[in-house]
Ligand binder design. Structure first.
Ligand code: PLP
Length: 236
């Protein structure tokens, strides 16, 4: 048992090192500023012990998709100085818990949810950092505002108190074709550039790229990559 948990410990630290090396290499290969891409470690379904090992290897930001599961881990890890990002689908009745326990939310795709998060964000906390989730692949994925409806949503969300609209997030349809991956991520970058240019916004965050497509995302301007499997191993 002891030997097993020791080897897992080495594994997560080693996997983190490999992921950081991939990020650095992609920054280099695509003329990105060194350090321009932040790593969000997606810990959903993994234990607080696994998160503790990643934290020991200097990982600070963690992404979770299910509120109850996340809150259990947040409570168990209160002794660490971690930053929690909510990246899963949001039901209205979960908005309060998310507004209390998270620094960032990446997955807002409706004004009603943004309004609830704004109302529920406590005054004593920093504004909730927010990305709008965009569906760039058309009918293939179910979550996310369409490109056609994005500007209207962004202009409404940016007015809300206690929130800081930072940028856009996407989960494109899965494909191994690098040029198709890049095309989807380029659409998100162009959407962000258009919002800034035409609607006088100052969005600075593109949350895009997962274990299987992070190189394409970095090539197209990702500022946060969300990596689960390549750090923690496969999910059950
Ligand atoms: C699970 C998840 C990830 C991580 O995916 P991997 O393929 O395991 O790296 C990233 N983003 C979101 C929104 C997720 O739900």
């Amino acid at each position: 048992m002891t030997i097993m948990s020791d080897s897992t410990q080495i594994d997560i630290a080693q996997r983190l090192t490999l992921v950081r090396e991939r990020i650095n290499a992609a920054e280099n290969n695509h003329q990105r500023t060194p350090g321009a891409v932040d790593l969000l470690a997606v810990s959903k379904t993994h234990s607080s012990a696994a998160i503790r090992r990643a934290a020991a290897a200097e990982q600070k930001c963690f992404g979770e998709s299910y509120l109850q599961e996340a809150q259990d881990k947040i409570n168990a890890l209160q002794d660490l100085d971690l930053e929690w990002h909510f990246i899963g689908p949001i039901q209205t009745n979960k908005a309060k818990g998310i507004a209390l326990d998270f620094a960032w939310v990446h997955s807002v795709d409706r004004l009603k949810i943004a309004q609830k998060l704004s109302e529920q964000r406590p005054e004593h906390l920093a504004p909730l950092q927010m990305c709008l989730q965009v569906n760039v692949s058309g009918e293939d994925s179910k979550s996310g505002v369409t490109l056609a409806e994005l500007a209207e949503l962004a202009q409404a969300v940016v007015q809300l108190p206690r929130l800081n609209l930072r940028g856009l997030m996407t989960i494109p349809a899965r494909t191994d074709d690098l040029s198709v991956q890049r095309h989807a991520f380029a659409s998100l970058r162009l959407a962000l550039e258009a919002l800034n240019a035409k609607h006088d916004l100052q969005l600075d965050t593109l949350s895009m790229g997962m274990s299987s497509d992070m190189e394409a995302a970095i090539a197209e301007g990702a500022t946060i990559v969300r990596i689960g499997t390549d750090i923690f191993g496969p999910r059950k």
